[in-house]
Design a protein around this ligand. Structure first.
Ligand code: TXA
Ligand code: MG
Length: 307
């Protein structure tokens, strides 16, 4: 079943069922040793899944949940290896979406839900994108897509590792490191090693078009260097003017929030309209900018990797 969350749509199944998780991995085409996030109806469920949760992480959960935050904590012994990828930790999150909270509340269990895209591709932020991406890999008799409208945040949750005294930032998202620091009194440390986390590999979040992620100051030079025979799309904040250029504007968000909200739809649109190159002008790094810059750099790295 695909479920809406405030970040992106998830491909969901009972986190206590090995066969449900196997079907999720098969539909995504994802390596089975990658861990998945367990979605909970509320924080009172944490102790069924985790042991020795640090107090600072409990504080963080109670301030931010429901919300776009995943906390990676030491796992309870009963948690399936299929959920944790065989690691000693489990990722937990209470999403802020009324429909999905209702489903989770009625199931009264944890729901494993990676983003509802094929492995390595752009996450879906509408039900239509889920169907376009996965319908060939779902069973029309058994699998539902719950349409909760466009996801209001638009990029995946912030992931914080919480297995010792230090908050580890594993993936930037709408919950900023500043917010984590102010709630916990501890400065998060950016960490990339030691865990298998597909959304944190250098290449990910990639459409078919060749993504070029640039700073605003480099736009003019980049446009001058473009091969004349390619279909080029541009994603940039509204105050970046490209109207005099031979390019298609894919999105013109007014601020960071709108940039995040519309980013994956713009990348999907690039594929639908046959763009060969997408120039993404990176927003400033503050607030949601860190998450947007992270995803765009990974999308751009994926293109370099396949060339
Ligand atoms: O916003 C989100 O987090 C969305 C929505 C559907 O909730 N979900 C999502 O799931 O982005 P997914 O599987 O596409 O990305 C989850 C990331 C992966 O990079 C995964 O490896 C990491 O979380 N992760 C999950 N459990 C982990 C663990 N125990 N240790 C390290 N990383 C973990
Ligand atoms: Mg994903």
């Amino acid at each position: 079943m695909a479920l809406p969350t405030e970040t992106v749509y998830g491909l969901a199944g009972d986190a206590t069922s090995a066969s449900a998780i196997a079907r999720i991995f098969a539909a995504k085409g994802r390596p089975t040793n990658h861990p998945v996030i367990v979605h909970l109806p509320d924080q009172s469920h944490v102790d069924r899944w985790a042991v020795d949760t640090p107090q600072w992480a409990t504080d963080l959960m109670s301030q931010v949940w429901p919300g776009p935050l995943t906390v990676i904590v030491p796992r309870a012994p009963s948690v399936l290896d299929a959920v944790t990828g065989g690691q000693s930790t489990v990722g937990l999150r209470v999403p802020a979406h009324p429909l999905t909270l209702e489903v989770l509340g009625q199931l009264d269990t944890g729901v494993a839900a990676p983003s509802a895209n094929r492995y390595g591709r752009v996450s879906p932020t509408t039900a239509v994108h889920v169907v376009a991406e996965l319908s060939a890999h779902l069973d029309p008799e058994r699998d539902l897509v719950l349409d909760g409208g466009p996801c209001p945040v638009g990029v995946e949750s912030t992931i914080i590792g919480a297995w010792d005294d230090v908050p580890r930032l594993l993936r930037p998202g709408a919950v900023t490191t500043q917010r984590v620091a102010s709630i916990t009194g501890r400065q998060p440390v950016t960490t990339s090693s030691g865990v298998r986390a597909p959304g944190t590999t250098a290449t990910h979040y990639s459409p078919s078009a060749n993504v070029v992620a640039i700073e605003r100051d480099d736009l003019e030079a980049t446009l001058e260097d473009l091969p004349g025979d390619k279909k080029v799309g541009v994603i940039a904040l509204a105050d970046v003017d490209t109207s005099a250029q031979p390019v298609t504007r894919l999105s013109s968000p007014g601020d960071q929030e709108e940039y995040a909200q519309t980013l994956y739809a713009a990348l999907h649109q690039a594929d639908i309209s046959g763009m060969e190159i997408v120039i993404a002008v990176l927003p400033p790094p503050g607030g949601l900018g860190a998450a947007i810059r992270d995803r765009l750099r990974r999308a751009a790295a994926a293109e370099r990797a396949v060339q």
